[in-house]
Design a protein around this ligand. Structure first.
Ligand code: AHR
Length: 525
């Protein structure tokens, strides 16, 4: 019966000289007349913690290294990251932030103390990568710093002094010290994190204790450059939830509603990792089967519900949505690669992780009115990273390519999409077969990102914009030979995006989505 139906449709399409569409073609409509919120480019932020080879080896090799570098910072990594237009980078942690004493990382490098990174494997930290090196890195990749201050083992005075060192323009003692270290111009800090996971590694605080502390830090840790403050204020991000429970969010938002002139916050952080079998992470990041593929994607889709729960509380206290929900740690957390230091959180990165990244980015875009910032964990060599390095060698991960394909979505305007996504079921776990978002880019083009979660079958799609016919389109697709395909040092280009076919006829697009793929279509009308 289905064969006959398909034959009939094919014949009709030939008679009408339209491309023959499969009977189960998915129709996508982009509602160009109902623009939503801006997809803030800061949702494409990243996280670079002092953890394993995230900084040391991954970003910092030192000026005397044989690995090509600019003032100690790897050139290959900088060049790759520049392509992503990384809007902000969160540093120095993570759990590490609440143990970091910034003075250890300034001044002549040969005089800096060796300390122990007790957050991550008790390794010796040379402190060679400190504040000035981080700011240099930020400037080289063209990004904005998101600095997390130490409210766990540090003091208000210490954090205040750090901000003075970084931002003071007036000739204060700390501004002079910065100048003596080679940086006369004040730095501009885009975002300030007031602690990290204060309910756990940040000091196991109760919500009330944290709220009291947050107010004090918010009051006394300021951008010390009045000109910058007036022009583009540093946004303060409070610690938020790491589980779907809402008590923490309640406490912070209730306090925020009553905030006075003396303190304020602009964002609430949210951490949620995709850990398919729960803690401790046990899924393989390479050489895995369909069960793990399906479970991983299913688990990641919970992000939407998590956001909704927290947003409901935030809306109660902040209906105008002034406070951003900042998902400043997200991504897949798999078992450490065999033979690596488990404290270094080293994992491979497959097409499954790329699909998972696209699903999360799509969720953030759908929540764009409240989620205006996010940071994938992490940037280089740690967890779901963009880049893996091994001495001289560097590879770009499938997740890197998703971020690259999504660059046009930065600051685009969200447009609603309707489609009948269908479903794919394996071993009792059901996934939507397709996921899609659309937007109007800042250059006026329309964008459609479609993820085909189906690991086995291609999907035919036709797509149109309400009220405006498409004239031309270009599509790029990231797919891979298998669900666990990765880029390795031996085979660095197994998973790379390629141009894909898209036909435009009668103002509509038609294309075929490869199994396990992400496609971004740019449409001119
Ligand atoms: O990203 C690794 C760790 O995960 C971070 O340091 C911490 O904040 C989270 O628990």
């Amino acid at each position: 019966m289905q064969g006959k139906l398909q034959f009939g449709i094919g014949l009709l399409a030939t008679i009408l000289s339209l491309p023959a569409l499969a009977a189960d073609t998915v129709h996508i409509t982009i509602d160009a007349a109902k623009p939503g919120a801006q997809i803030n480019r800061n949702i494409f932020g990243q996280f670079a913690e002092n953890l394993g080879h995230g900084l040391y080896g991954g970003i910092w090799v030192g000026p005397d290294s044989s690995i090509p570098n600019t003032r100690g910072i790897r050139k290959d990594v900088v060049d790759a990251l520049r392509e992503l237009h990384v809007p902000n980078v969160r540093w120095p942690g993570g759990c590490f932030a609440d143990q970091y004493h910034w003075r250890d990382g300034i001044g002549p490098r040969d005089k800096r103390p060796a300390t122990v990174n007790s957050a991550w494997g008790d390794v010796i930290d040379t402190n060679a990568f400190g504040t000035d090196e981080f700011m240099d890195f930020i400037q080289q990749i063209g990004s904005t710093p998101y600095v997390s201050i130490n409210i766990g083992s540090g003091t208000v005075q210490e954090a205040h002094d750090w901000l003075e060192y970084m931002t003071a323009a007036a000739p204060t003692a700390l501004a002079k010290e910065r100048a003596a270290n080679g940086h006369p111009d004040p730095y501009k800090i885009g975002f300030l994190g007031i602690g990290n996971e204060s309910w756990d590694c940040g000091g196991a605080m109760t919500p009330d204790y944290y709220v009291s502390l947050m107010k004090v830090y918010s009051r006394f840790v300021a951008n010390m450059n009045p000109a910058q403050r007036a022009q583009d204020p540093m946004l303060k991000i409070a610690v938020g939830p790491g589980t779907p429970e809402t008590a923490w969010t309640e406490a912070v938002m209730q306090a925020w509603k009553k905030h006075t002139w003396s303190w304020d916050i602009n964002g609430l952080s949210l951490h949620w990792y995709t850990v398919p079998n729960g803690w401790p992470p046990s899924t393989n990041s390479e050489k895995f089967g369909l069960d793990d593929y399906v479970k991983g994607l299913h688990t990641t889709l919970f992000m939407d519900e998590f956001l909704r729960k927290q947003e409901a509380v935030m809306d109660k206290y902040d209906p105008a949505k002034k406070v951003t929900l900042t998902v400043d740690e997200w991504g897949a957390w798999h078992a450490p690669l065999p033979g690596t230091n488990p404290a270094f959180l080293i994992q491979q990165n497959s097409i499954r992780d790329a699909i998972l990244a696209s699903l999360n980015l799509n969720i953030f875009a759908r929540h764009a009115d409240r989620v205006r910032m996010a940071n994938i964990a992490q940037m280089v060599n740690v967890l779901q990273s963009m880049i893996l390095t091994d001495q001289q060698k560097m590879i770009l991960t499938p997740t890197y390519y998703v971020f690259k394909m999504y660059v046009p979505f930065q600051n685009a305007t969200f447009l609603p999409v309707t489609l009948d996504a269908g479903s794919y079921t394996h071993n009792g776990v059901t996934l939507p077969r397709l996921d899609a978002i659309a937007a109007k880019a800042v250059d006026g083009k329309f964008l459609l990102a479609i993820t085909n979660l189906d690991p086995e079958s291609a999907v035919d799609v036709d797509a149109g914009l309400t009220g405006t016919p498409a004239k031309a389109a270009h599509a790029e697709t990231l797919t891979a030979p298998a669900i666990d395909s990765v880029n390795s040092f031996a085979s660095p280009d197994s998973v790379v995006p390629k141009s894909s076919a898209v036909q435009v006829q009668g103002g509509k697009l038609s294309l075929q989505l490869a199994p396990r793929s992400i496609t971004v279509v740019s449409i001119e009308q």
